[in-house]
Design a protein around this ligand. Structure first.
Ligand code: RAM
Length: 909
């Protein structure tokens, strides 16, 4: 395949999205070529009508040939796009040698409803007095209507207060769960768009039905079991847009002519589960012929429409199924299914039992030390699902409006006479449908399991918003957790739309004084805000998304929010350049905390001032990227003052730090607040601290994510590897050795003696400590980006670090440009164990370049794809530096690199 081709066309990160809310959608594509070193030199992009006809008079936007290497997030700049408009698009490119590709395949995108004035339908809710708005049951709403012509296209736009699920003519509409998703409901409520062309019946009677449940809007939320946090009435807003073959259009909207009843879902709550009585099913309730004479009427609800936004991220849906690995009988006599994986979603059951039989499933993450079913750590969350059979044959069920976090499922009510066949149960794994983009693997099985656990922690907690935990009565969008994990998250999965949506909510919930709530969406007290390392998510998350995807828009959109956060910090201290006031979580759950405290020993003002400096420095970079030179200059000055104040307050001129914890050393090193001799001394002290602990960490949420990075970057990579491979408590692999399949909230969630840390705050699926994943990709496998020269992996940095503790490591990332790979392996050719030879394999996608750094290699001893290093195809330059590192400049292609000289970068060398 030497010809230049185009693949992976996406619009706003998605393939052929429906219901876009942005008026300037962005297009991305990837180049394919069998040649080495391919760069795009120009593109030509065309947008046309939905017919996919690009003849001149059908064109909506034609860029002509644009001399540009941009193939990621090219912004639409044609005539204003209209609500509901469907467009086709295609692109062709030229490489740097002038070779021209064919036109790409045609792709599509479709706009959603863009203006409040597009909404003619009413918010509707059941007539008061007929159905109690506070009833626990689901509400079923329906409307029958006649379609008198041939339908060419049909779309539903829908949203609700509470959760909704839709049916049209008896069929479920879409497979999205927990719609309309969780946003800052007071300011932003998402609308989903569905293509229902295949479900609508032309020249026939039709009916649309909606089930409504409490959901995040008015169900139990936050641990005090609050209800009705956003409002106390469920409601629906829906428009069915019909486009007829004759070109005319019609809208069937929600209005008071709809009818309402309650349904078989008797209770549903996010934390508590669901009760479903199949005997109450009203067969055909969303079919046109259904007799709804005894259903009650509906009324309009006065609720805002100017808060409506089209769905911004990928939906939550069932992503995969797991089967129970075994059925246990516990010492207490419970029958328990073991799913083999701590997962989030729900259980699907297939039953054939007599009418009235009630099967209850209880969900738990762990068994206690005696092997009994343990739910203490769920606190008030019941996680209990009951299905009451209607009888008469096989029935299937899974909850509609509730999700559970669990590995173990206790089955209650199973008839004694009937053997329990585990095959009747399936775990339905649910999360935001973000594409998996990263893979890390190495020669150490426990580290591979750690990577698995990190990925599963992300699956379980990226359920529409980044939650801290998916099982107890909490499941909130803790900003600190999101901030520490965002870079790791962006390796494992494509998270740009996911974080963009959440950041829009952060902006919406940000206080007037710039303060940032601890959780987003904000559902805690107004004053629950602005802790260092938590509120800094306002700056760190958009910056990271920009870095990993090259997405400048998120910086533009969040700019004011980022700035307001930095200004907020500045207004806090009694010294403008220190942050030494206010509430802070500190180094949350660090092991140097006082007995009975969650807050580690690192002084909170030190942490806060470090984050003050860090957020300011990222804001300066943001201003530079966006060309806001005045802000860049002003905040650079601020940064310098903060950095100076930090040194005066916390570091002696000789380089001693005022605080003696690992995290106190980690933050200034990571954020570049110390340099030269002070940096060297601080790193050495940190290394000493780690060694003094017999190679163990003592860090919490704040220090842990950076610990290994700081060691690696300061010449202690072997120590970082040792820490990462530590198996006894406290360490990452300790929980792995204990059988964990996700990351724990506490290092000692289960203690070496088998007892639990506590019932109180003890999640076994909490991704924060999984933030080491970023180091596995970047430092161990060496797959990184060059921030200054090419964010979004336009300019790739490969720094594989061989270490004799491992015989190979490999990472891959499906970037916006295509797959990047960085792999290394060590071969002990002469069998003496101390002079293995290193080989590497790199893959660089077209339209990017990479710089690879190979310590201990030289041009003379290095072969690339069987050629001398400086002569191989695709190698743009090969240079040796004074430190004995070979630096290769690589164009796109696949490179197999062998070094005929023992690597000095090995541990102990
Ligand atoms: C608990 C959780 C969460 C953390 C907050 C401060 O609720 O551990 O992850 O961010 O505390």
């Amino acid at each position: 395949m030497s010809t230049l081709g185009i693949t992976k066309l996406t619009c706003e990160y998605r393939s052929e999205p429906l219901g876009l809310g942005t008026e300037r959608p962005r297009f991305s594509w990837q180049l394919t070529s069998g040649r080495m070193h391919v760069l795009q030199s120009a593109y030509h992009l065309q947008v046309a009508g939905e017919e996919g006809d690009f003849a001149g008079d059908h064109l909506i936007w034609d860029t002509g040939v644009v001399d540009s290497d941009q193939s990621v997030l090219v912004e639409y700049a044609g005539a204003a796009l209209q609500s509901g408009q469907r467009c086709s698009w295609r692109v062709k490119v030229w490489d740097q040698q002038g070779q021209e590709s064919e036109w790409s395949d045609t792709s599509y995108f479709e706009m959603g409803l863009l203006r409040t004035s597009d909404w003619s339908a009413d918010w509707i809710t059941p007539e008061p007095g007929m159905i109690d708005p506070q009833a626990e049951e689901e509400f079923l709403l329906r409307k029958a209507f006649h379609v008198s012509k041939d339908v060419r296209k049909a779309r539903i736009y829908a949203t609700s207060l509470g959760f909704y699920e839709l049916e049209l003519n008896g069929e479920r509409v879409g497979d999205w769960a927990f719609t309309p998703g969780w946003t800052s409901y007071r300011h932003r409520l998402q609308v989903q768009a569905y293509d229902v062309t295949d479900l609508i019946r032309s020249r026939a009677d039709n009916a649309v039905g909606a089930a409504l449940a409490n959901g995040w809007y008015k169900g139990n939320l936050a641990w005090e079991n609050h209800r009705n946090l956003y409002g106390d009435q469920r409601a629906l807003l829906l428009q069915l847009h019909l486009e007829y073959a004759d070109g005319s259009t019609e809208i069937i909207g929600s209005d008071p002519s709809w009818k309402a009843s309650t349904g078989p879902v008797r209770m549903s709550e996010i934390y508590h589960g669901e009760t479903y009585d199949a005997r109450l099913e009203a067969g055909g309730w969303s079919q046109p012929g259904f007799d709804d004479a005894d259903w009650t009427g509906m009324v309009k609800l006065d609720h805002a429409k100017d808060i409506l936004v089209m769905q911004e991220n990928e939906p939550v849906r069932v992503i995969q199924d797991l089967k129970p690995v075994t059925v246990l009988r516990t010492p207490e006599g419970d029958t328990v299914l073991d799913m083999g994986q701590n997962m989030v979603g729900c259980m699907h059951m297939r039953l054939n039992l007599p009418a009235g039989t009630a099967i209850t499933l209880k969900h738990a993450e762990v068994l206690d030390s005696r092997g009994n079913f343990y739910t203490g750590n769920l606190r008030k969350a019941k996680q209990s699902v009951t299905y009451i059979c209607k009888g008469g044959g096989e029935e299937t069920y899974e909850p509609h409006f509730s999700f559970q976090g669990f590995r173990y499922v206790k089955v209650e009510g199973w008839p004694d006479a009937e053997p329990l066949n585990p095959d009747r149960f399936t775990g339905r794994v649910m999360h935001t449908d973000m594409p998996q983009t990263g893979r890390f693997e190495c020669s150490h099985e426990l580290l591979n399991q750690l990577q698995h656990n990190i990925e599963w922690g992300q699956r379980g907690n990226f359920l529409d918003i980044p939650t801290d935990c998916p099982q107890r009565d909490e499941r909130l969008g803790w900003t600190g957790d999101a901030q520490v994990f965002v870079r790791t998250a962006a390796f494992n999965f494509g998270v740009a739309p996911f974080f963009s949506k959440w950041l829009h909510d952060l902006k919406a919930d940000q206080r007037e004084d710039g303060g940032v709530p601890h959780v987003i969406p904000q559902v805690l007290d107004d004053n629950a805000c602005s802790s260092a390392a938590w509120g800094d998510a306002a700056v760190i998350c958009p910056w990271t998304i920009y870095l990993c995807y090259g997405d400048k828009r998120i910086l533009e959109e969040q700019y004011d929010s980022m700035k307001a956060w930095v200004d907020h910090i500045r207004a806090q201290g009694d010294n403008e350049y220190l942050w030494n006031t206010g509430f802070h979580f500190g180094d949350w759950l660090a092991l140097d905390a006082k007995e009975g405290s969650y807050v580690g020993a690192t002084p909170r003002d030190l942490i806060a001032t470090c984050f003050y400096a860090y957020s300011t420095s990222l804001f300066v970079k943001t201003a530079e990227v966006l060309g806001r030179t005045e802000d860049a200059a002003a905040y650079r000055q601020l940064y310098e003052k903060v950095a100076e104040a930090f040194l005066i307050e916390f570091v002696t001129p000789g380089g001693r730090l005022a605080a003696h914890t690992q995290t106190a050393m980690i933050l200034p090193l990571m954020f570049g607040l110390v340099e030269g001799e002070v940096q060297r001394r601080m790193a050495a002290t940190l290394a000493e601290y780690v060694k003094e602990q017999n190679h163990h960490l003592t860090t919490g949420f704040v220090g842990t994510p950076y610990l290994c990075h700081v060691l690696t970057e300061n010449g202690y990579h072997d120590l970082a590897v040792k820490l990462a491979m530590q198996e006894d408590y406290p360490s990452w692999l300790y929980s792995v050795k204990q059988g964990a399949t996700t990351i724990w909230e506490h290092w000692d969630g289960i203690k070496p003696d088998g007892s639990f840390w506590s019932d109180d705050m003890n999640s076994y699926n909490h991704y924060a400590f999984g933030a080491i994943g970023d180091w596995l990709y970047r430092a161990v496998a060496g797959l990184d980006l060059n921030e200054a020269e090419g964010p979004g992996y336009k300019r790739i940095r490969l720094r594989p670090r061989t270490d004799s503790a491992l015989s190979y490591a490999k990472a891959a990332l499906d970037s916006m440009y295509g797959t990047i790979r960085s792999e290394w392996s060590l071969t002990d050719v002469d069998g003496d164990g101390d002079s293995p030879l290193a080989s590497y394999e790199f893959e660089i996608p077209p339209n990017t370049t990479a710089e690879a750094e190979l310590p201990g290699a030289s041009i003379a001893t290095t072969q690339v794809n069987g050629q001398p290093a400086d002569q191989a195809s695709g190698v743009l330059s090969a240079k040796e530096d004074d430190a004995g590192t070979l630096k290769l400049e690589l164009g796109s292609g696949i490179y197999r690199v062998t070094v005929q000289q023992p690597s000095p970068a090995l541990s102990g060398a």
